[in-house]
Design a protein around this ligand. Structure first.
Ligand code: TYD
Length: 140
């Protein structure tokens, strides 16, 4: 997947939502609704106005990115194609497959970016320079 993946493999996945007057709940259980088992969960918050996050690719990691609160934009780039996805609903997640450069920006005030990841943190899985990403992706 990683070297041949494209931005078109990154889709918005609907999550479940149990709705009632006391509020809503969305549940991700095992890999019932997403194509990987989440081994790690983290969230970004208190992001300063105009802040940008991401700016890297992963060699093998799958992620589901959710706007748990507020909204933000995600730029996806496979080295050839780019697309920008706006996330603004806690019951939808953006699947980001391996081998995609991503940048997160336009965070609304107080927004929370929840990320489910298929593996534990591994700095060796990151590609943090765009030129290195292009070389890695199209080396063959
Ligand atoms: P990074 O993934 O570069 O942040 P972002 O994509 O949100 O801009 O991570 C920022 C810092 O946090 C970096 O020093 C690595 C560290 N970090 C961990 O130690 N464990 C993790 O699971 C994550 C996601 C980051």
């Amino acid at each position: 997947m990683n070297e041949i993946s494209t931005v078109y493999d990154c889709n918005i996945l609907p999550l479940n939502k149990i709705h009632n007057r006391a509020g809503n709940i969305t549940i991700v259980e095992g890999n019932d609704n997403i194509p990987f088992m989440a081994k790690r969960i983290y969230y970004l918050y208190d992001i300063p106005g105009g802040g940008r996050r991401g700016g890297h690719a992963h060699k093998g990691l799958y992620q589901l990115i959710v706007a748990a609160s507020g909204s933000f934009d995600v730029l996806l780039d496979d080295g050839i194609n780019k697309k920008i996805v706006t996330l603004n609903r806690p019951d939808y997640g953006l699947l980001v497959v391996p081998g995609i450069w991503r940048e997160l920006f336009e965070f609304s005030s107080g927004s929370v970016c929840l990320v489910l990841a298929s593996e534990k943190y591994d700095e060796a899985d990151y590609i943090r320079k765009y030129n290195s990403f292009k070389t890695w992706k199209y080396k063959k």
